[in-house]
Design a protein. Structure first.
Lengths: 115, 110
């Protein structure tokens, strides 16, 4: 079955530690996205990538980093510079395109908490 | 003013009721409109995808777009407890990024 796989489902971070969230898709989609979801705040875009080896900052990129070395993979690193990392992180993908009107398909998320 | 506004609810209805979920938006250039359903601790799943004005029906779900009022709706007929979830509207913005509403939490009571 085609889809988006996020791992792990739950992740705990110690103070001063970087953690990496995995996102893999087998939908052959060009574009991939990372969102953060906090209670009552909807989805906020962290980073997105339209093609391999290229990515752009979203609305809340500070304290996060990404890479896009392969079409199917878009890992997100939450760095120690992100002072409030506790949230539900969602990865998505779409066919892409310049106008961005393609629907996005989501994984089941990673819940990150601070120890 | 946010580009997309959605009442967060919660909205509680009895089983079998007709549910109306709504979003307003500010940019008249928006042409594509999406509705997602998100169960607790899961990612959003695409329910409906519409272009421009008019209605689109899929089973018990109907999406309605009124571009003149900048208002979109999702109707659920014969609501079931399994419809209990958060519903998010979304539309591509000027920069091509998807803009989401805050989400409306729906509870359908048996």
């Amino acid at each position: 079955d085609g889809g988006i796989t996020q791992s792990p489902k739950y992740l705990f971070r110690k103070e001063g530690q970087n953690v990496t969230l995995s996102c893999e898709q087998n939908l052959n989609h060009d574009a991939m996205y990372w969102y953060r979801q906090d209670p009552g705040q909807g989805l906020r875009l962290i980073y997105y990538s339209q093609i391999v080896n290229d990515f752009q900052k979203g609305d809340i990129a500070e304290g996060y980093s990404v890479s896009r070395e392969k079409k199917e993979s878009f890992p997100l690193t939450v760095t120690s510079a992100q002072k409030n990392p506790t949230a539900f992180y969602l990865c998505a993908s779409s066919l892409g395109g310049a106008r961005g009107n393609q629907p996005q398909h989501f994984g089941d998320g990673t819940r990150l908490s601070i120890l | 003013q946010k580009e997309v506004e959605q009442d967060p609810g919660p909205l509680s209805v009895p089983e079998g009721a007709i549910v109306s979920l709504n979003c307003t938006y500010s940019n008249s250039a928006f042409q594509y409109f999406m509705w997602y359903r998100q169960y607790s601790r899961k990612g959003p799943e695409l329910l409906m995808y519409t272009y421009s004005s008019g209605n689109k029906e899929d089973g018990r779900f109907t999406a309605q777009v009124d571009k003149s009022s900048k208002y979109i709706s999702l109707f659920i007929r014969d609501s079931q407890p399994s419809d209990s979830a958060t519903y998010l509207c979304a539309m591509p913005g000027n920069t091509g990024k998807l803009i989401f509403g805050q989400g409306t939490t729906l509870q359908v009571k048996p």
